[in-house]
Design a protein around this ligand. Structure first.
Ligand code: HEC
Length: 120
């Protein structure tokens, strides 16, 4: 019995990882990064998506998929959302919500501190 519990958790864990991976692939394949940035950081009028609430992201994507936009600027999202299945949306949203910066991107040393009495 305990064996099955352990197995269940392993499967659940693997599944969580693959949703993230699948979402990441979709994010790149579907061209989302072209507007929202390769780190989902957003640019210009394209909102940041990284680490935003799952419920909000899902709600917005489903609205765009139903061709509903609240302002003209959002209309360009519609063609990118219409092709997404519920599962695609789930995976992309999981990826965005859990998004972690790749270690490779940490170019700067942020351990430097400039408080104190330096510089007088
Ligand atoms: C051609 C540029 C473009 C592409 C490509 C694009 N988006 Fe968008 N996205 C936008 C714009 C513009 C908005 C709306 C901004 C606003 O409401 O003012 C938006 C809004 C969103 C929102 C709602 C965020 C918010 O703060 O309201 C989500 C979620 C989103 N996009 C996800 C995606 C996903 C996932 C993809 C890929 C399938 C994608 N976008 C591809 C331009 C784009």
């Amino acid at each position: 019995m305990r064996f099955f519990l352990v197995l269940f958790f392993i499967v659940a864990l693997l599944d969580a990882q693959t949703a993230y991976e699948r979402g990441k692939n979709l994010y790149m394949q579907k061209g989302c990064h072209g507007c929202h940035g390769t780190k989902a950081e957003g640019m210009h009028n394209y909102p940041r998506l990284a680490n935003r609430a799952k419920g909000f992201l899902t709600y917005k994507l489903k609205r765009f998929r139903s061709k509903i936009s609240d302002k003209q600027q959002q209309e360009m999202m519609i063609p990118f959302a219409v092709g997404l299945s519920d599962e695609n949306i789930h995976d992309i949203v999981t990826f965005l919500y859990e998004y972690k910066e790749d270690d490779l991107d940490e170019k700067y040393d942020d351990s430097f501190e400039n408080w104190g009495d330096g510089g007088s």
